[in-house]
Design a protein around this ligand. Structure first.
Ligand code: CA
Length: 698
């Protein structure tokens, strides 16, 4: 009896100690700020988003011995852009359609999976595939943003949903594809939709309860409705009835945090619509589009901003990877922020106050001749403002950007920033008859007139001008140390390690380890699909691993038609790939990817009907099914559709929405049956053009 009584408090004490230990093992701000060598706790590994692993068991001497430890097939055949988290021997990933999964690293066994059941129709609000870029961790929880605008807290051990909040007005065209970040128990999440008429913002939620703490808008509301000073200031930089078109400025990807300064840095997107003549007639800088904005994390107050593309009209977002580092410039230690946005310039800013330190184009650009050395403001080429001239502007970069969301990586010892860059161009042309539409891409540009023409010389020329590059950039000298050319754009995000390695997947289906000092390839793995996601590295029981999501997709696999195929034809094979030294696992044999011969029904529609269908296709269909009806290996290639010869079947899908759950929404609210049949006529016509081209090839 006495024994039992004395035991009871001991049991309680043990239980309490266990709980305390568990909490102590949880992810906290100190661990994310400093990084823990064997883990990957946050999207960019650490708050400074350097994506540099200090592990060096895998290094330049032994990289050739890398092999597949295990792989896991995923249950979505869409683009995979996620960064996994590696915590206490487990891997946590997100996939297309905002699903989450947990795996045991040692065995490759699935521990749990979570499906937020995003409605298929949400896909029509997403310009750039139904992707997700990852989760945030805090304590014993994970945080996931979903395509339909929810922020969800999951129990890290079980995958059980703890709370869920809707972060957007779901009647508008908002989406979430970016990873949240957690700062001092606050979960920060942005959203996308600048091509669909929304107003951008980021919101902070309490990690414990999901309660909203603050919201920071990136563009002003209507005059008189802006309370905060920074929005009043922004108001003066807009003209016309800008608020009626949303304004844009969505924060759909990059963030970084400096715990000492308590500054959260966000990258603000392009305007809605692109064409400034419609968005803000008469011009203006349109703050805070295409800017880096620093926010006081504790309160959500504005601290400073730096606008990279004032009055942007080319889809030049500043949402690209924001990276923080401490560099010695002119003998002085500087706390810098580094940025390589779509507009093609590499920026180094003082992150304490937003002061411009230096900037230089990292690929050829033609919209600006350079940056003002004092202010960093671009020195624009007048003809680039197609919204003002009314003439076609063949701009470099194009909307695909000199660099998109694919993360960079930093090597502090070498002082190099590695950029997954691309050389792109686009024929910008204002649409004089443009009207905003409640559904589909809203740019104010005429896509139909600039659709890839079936003229072999023009096609070949455009294809030749679009390539990719892996660049090792010296941010102090503002010049490339080395470059690795790629055949096409849309290659994968990066990971640098203390082993002297740089890892990257490619659009043509490889996964490589380079020597980060000179760009020499040391190891190549055939991934059987395009790899666009960034890898991570971590260790479990003393063994170093590299993990990456494989699976072709994202905007360049959807919208630019023939350019999607520039690196060669690949399929989406969605998998988690995990590598280690001496790994012996093997993928199943690859499936063939050759295109079947085109076999369209007779081309009987009038030229007028084909033209009408082409205009509708370019405005509403091309963003997902590809310019000129040429698909890039993710969404169905309509030239091959069995429904081309079945007018009623075509209406069932395109008008009535029979495939809405797969992401193909019905268009009956916007398009008539006759409109929809003209699109069928256009696709049949395009299939005949391409069939003739294929027959003409030797
Ligand atoms: Ca955009």
């Amino acid at each position: 009896m006495r024994g039992i009584l004395t035991l009871a408090p001991l049991v309680l004490l043990a239980a309490c100690t266990g709980a305390a230990d568990k909490a102590a093992q949880g992810v906290d701000g100190a661990a994310i700020a400093a990084g823990t060598d064997d883990q990957w706790l946050s999207y960019g590994r650490t708050y400074d988003e350097q994506r540099f692993s200090p592990l060096k068991q895998i290094n330049t001497q032994n990289a050739a011995q890398l092999g597949l430890a295990w792989f896991a097939d995923l249950d979505t055949a869409r683009g995979q852009e996620g960064t996994p988290l590696a915590i206490d021997g487990k891997l946590y990933i997100t996939t297309a359609w905002s699903k989450a999964k947990a795996y045991d690293v040692a065995t490759g066994k699935l521990i749990w999976e979570y499906d937020p059941k995003v409605p298929g129709e949400t896909a029509v609000k997403a310009c750039c595939d139904v992707v997700n870029r990852g989760m945030a961790a805090w304590g014993d929880r994970l945080f996931l943003g979903t395509l339909d605008g929810r922020l969800i807290a999951l129990d890290r051990a079980t995958g059980k949903e703890l709370w869920s909040v809707v972060t957007v007005d779901q009647s508008q065209n908002y989406t979430i594809t970016g990873a949240p970040r957690v700062i001092n128990g606050m979960v920060i999440i942005g959203n996308g939709g600048a091509e669909y008429g929304v107003r951008g913002y980021v919101t902070a939620y309490d990690a414990a309860s999901g309660k909203q703490l603050w919201r920071f808008y990136t563009v002003p509301d209507a005059p008189g409705k802006n309370g905060a000073d920074y929005l009043k200031k922004a108001e003066a930089s807009w003209k016309g009835e800008y608020w009626k078109l949303g304004g844009g400025g969505t924060v759909w990807d990059s963030m970084a945090y400096d715990p000492e300064l308590d500054l959260l840095y966000i990258g603000v997107g392009n305007g809605s619509p692109w064409n400034q003549a419609y968005r803000s007639p008469g011009g203006g800088d349109n703050l805070y589009l295409s800017s880096i904005v620093a926010i006081r994390a504790k309160t959500g107050d504005y601290a400073w901003h730096f606008q990279e593309t004032p009055g942007e009209t080319w889809d030049y977002t500043a949402t690209q990877h924001i990276m923080l580092a401490d560099l010695t410039i002119d003998g002085k230690p500087r706390k810098v922020l580094m940025h390589a946005p779509k507009n093609g310039f590499f920026y180094v800013l003082d992150r304490t106050n937003g002061q411009f330190l230096s900037g230089k184009n990292f690929v050829p650009v033609n919209w600006a001749t350079g940056l003002d050395p004092k202010t960093g403001r671009p020195i624009e080429v007048a003809d680039a403002r197609y919204d003002k001239t009314g003439k076609l502007w063949l701009g470099s970069p194009g909307p695909g950007g000199a660099h998109s969301w694919h993360p960079m990586a930093f090597d502090p010892a070498q002082g190099l920033v590695f950029i997954p860059a691309q050389i792109t161009s686009f024929p910008y042309l204002a649409d004089p008859k443009w009207k905003p539409s409640p559904m589909g891409f809203n740019t104010g540009d005429d896509f139909a007139s600039v659709s890839m023409p079936p003229v072999p010389a023009v096609r070949e020329g455009t294809l030749k001008a679009t390539t990719g590059e892996l660049i090792a950039w010296d941010p102090i000298a503002q010049k490339a140390r080395w470059r690795v050319p790629y055949k096409g754009p849309w290659n994968g995000g990066l990971l640098a390690t203390a082993g002297g390695l740089l890892f990257q997947g490619t659009a043509d289906g490889r996964f490589l380890a380079y020597s980060s000092a000179d760009g020499k390839p040391l190891w190549t793995f055939a991934a059987q699909t395009g790899v666009i996601a960034p890898p991570i590295s971590f260790s479990v029981k003393g063994e170093q691993y590299v993990a990456v999501l494989a699976g072709w997709g994202g905007s360049y696999a959807l919208s630019p038609g023939l350019i999607s195929l520039k690196s060669g034809r690949v399929r989406n094979v969605s998998r988690l790939l995990v590598f280690k030294l001496g790994g012996k696992a093997a993928l199943p044999a690859a499936q063939p990817v050759e295109e079947a011969p085109l076999n369209p029904p007779a081309d009987t529609a009038s030229a007028e009907t084909v033209k009408r269908g082409g205009a509708i296709y370019a405005r509403y269909c091309g963003v997902c099914h590809g310019d000129a009806a040429i698909a890039g290996g993710v969404t169905p290639d309509l030239r091959h559709s069995a429904m081309l010869g079945d007018a009623d079947g075509w209406q069932t899908i395109v008008h009535d929405g029979a495939l809405a759950q797969n992401g193909m929404v019905g268009w009956s609210k916007l398009l008539s049956r006759s409109d929809i049949d003209s699109v069928r006529a256009y696709v049949i016509h395009r299939a005949h053009e391409d069939k003739a081209l294929a027959a003409a090839k030797p």
